[in-house]
Ligand binder design. Structure first.
Ligand code: ZN
Length: 231
């Protein structure tokens, strides 16, 4: 009995000793360093306005004939690329030529027809309102919305990444995608499809790669780049 008691005492002492040493070990060891992921350092991307000076557009100067019969190059900044378009939380990417409905629209240079909206169905006012509300909420105009705002269109590919877009047309000529056409070819008529609130005008847009001609320019640089675009 005495032996059993002694064994129990030894066991009990051992448990207490192990527990005590265990807890003292926890206290003694340094607390693990808090684990956190530092915020990545994102380099500030400087606006490339400086890089994209007027000089970068010089290669296109004198490339195009006026795309509208009897028109003249607009100078009102609101009609030029980069003008704010508050109703859709975006900016203007083309050059607007106000003109009466039905005015002849001409290919501004020779090229290959890349798009002709021969069968075109304009969106309803309700569809437009929903899309514009979404654009305002997003703070930019989604590409699909912008395309519908441009209405009935013809696009001409001039090679080397340069494409001209003719938008808001009321009618298009019977052109075929892939067809080669010359500068001055009749391609459609002025209208206000896609955004009737803007009134009839030709929205003429020059795409340069993924960008639009005039992007990054302002003031006199922009006005000069737009007027020099036409021969
Ligand atoms: Zn426009």
């Amino acid at each position: 009995m005495r032996t059993l008691l002694a064994v129990l005492c030894v066991l009990l002492f051992g448990v207490v000793a192990v527990t005590a040493s265990g807890s003292s070990a926890e206290v003694a060891s340094p607390a693990p360093a808090p684990r956190y992921t530092p915020m990545p350092v994102i380099p500030t991307i400087a606006p490339d306005v400086g890089e994209r000076s007027a000089r970068s557009y010089v290669r296109l100067w004198g490339t195009f004939a006026l795309p509208i019969e009897g028109g003249e190059v607009p100078s009102d900044p609101d009609l030029l690329p980069g003008a704010p378009r508050d109703y859709r939380g975006g900016i203007h990417e083309g050059i607007d030529f106000p003109a009466p409905n039905g005015t002849a629209v001409l290919a501004a240079a020779s090229g290959t027809v890349a798009r002709v909206d021969a069968s075109f169905l304009d969106w309803t006012r309700e569809q437009q309102e929903i899309a514009l509300y979404e654009a305002l909420t997003l703070g930019y105009t989604p590409a699909a919305t912008l395309d519908r705002i441009r209405g009935r269109q013809v696009w001409i590919d001039h090679g080397k990444g340069v494409i001209t877009r003719y938008a808001h047309l009321s009618a298009v000529e019977p052109l075929t995608v892939g067809e080669k056409i010359e500068a001055g070819t009749l391609i459609g008529e002025v209208g206000s499809s896609g955004y009737p609130q803007g009134g009839p005008h030709l929205h003429f847009e020059v795409r340069v790669g993924d960008d639009f001609y005039g992007d990054g320019l302002t003031g006199d640089d922009l006005a000069r780049a737009v007027s020099r675009l036409f021969r």
